[in-house]
Design a protein around this ligand. Structure first.
Ligand SMILES: [Zn+2]
Length: 77
């Protein structure tokens, strides 16, 4: 297995976390993360941040969604 190296892994980490890489690049970066603690830590931090942002949005969404649905229902009533 050829290690793609820290430079490539760090350059593509953002796209890796968003699953925007091609299959080949995705495999390269995940293989590197498995063998490099430094990059794996960065990936974990990035992933945790992404999940925090996402869950913060989801906490807010149901209330707004409910209001949007109620508004639509009353408009058609
Ligand atoms: Zn690395």
């Amino acid at each position: 297995m050829t290690d793609c190296g820290c430079d490539k892994a760090k350059a593509e980490l953002e796209e890796f976390l968003h699953r925007e890489l091609s299959d080949d690049d995705f495999r390269d970066v995940s293989e590197h993360l498995e063998s490099c603690v430094d990059c794996e830590t960065e990936a974990t931090v990035g992933l945790t941040l992404m999940q925090k942002v996402r869950s913060a949005c989801q906490e807010k969404a149901p209330e707004e969604l409910r209001e949007a649905i109620l508004a639509r229902l009353s408009a058609h009533a």
